[in-house]
Ligand binder design. Structure first.
Ligand SMILES: [Zn+2]
Length: 156
């Protein structure tokens, strides 16, 4: 009997191979408890690895990633669109009926109030524009972050 224990590399090679085991090494394993336990552990690890399901990519993976990257189409808010149209129509009808009186009333207003009524819608439009620009920027940042996290990490 060979009294020198087998190395880890030898034991792993033996556990990996199906028929290339040398008789000398197998003799040692059959008589040495310490090497047999290690050998059986390696065999168990190998068989467990072979029993694992084969890793596969979901065929829809690219579609899934593209879906994540593409911003969703904004839904049309029909109720808001309808009420805005009706409101606009109401303003036009009111302007046709009361236009002259409204202008006469507007001219009578002091200058400071006329500026206020002119600046109010302008400032509202400006604020809305700035807010939508901020929202657009945030959406773009989210998309850029998602794209970055999909890049393979390279450690040079
Ligand atoms: Zn041994």
């Amino acid at each position: 009997m060979n009294s020198i224990h087998l190395t880890e590399v030898q034991l792993q090679a033996l556990a990996d191979s199906t028929d290339a085991t040398t008789r000398l090494e197998m003799d040692h394993i059959s008589t040495c408890m310490a090497c047999r336990i290690k050998f059986e552990n390696y065999q168990l690890i190998n068989s467990t690895i072979h029993e694992l399901p084969i890793a596969s990519f979901d065929p829809d993976l690219t579609d899934y990633i593209v879906d994540m990257l593409m911003p969703k189409k904004a839904p049309i808010h029909w109720a808001a669109l309808l009420s805005a149209s009706l409101g606009g129509l109401l303003v036009v009808v009111a302007a046709v009926i009361f236009g002259k009186q409204f202008i006469a009333l507007f001219i009578q207003l002091p200058d400071i109030l006329r500026y206020f009524f002119a600046l109010l819608p302008l400032s509202l439009i400006s604020i809305q524009t700035i807010l939508s620009l901020i929202r657009y920027r945030q959406k773009m940042n989210t998309i850029i972050k998602k794209t970055d996290s999909l890049q393979p990490k390279l450690d040079w």
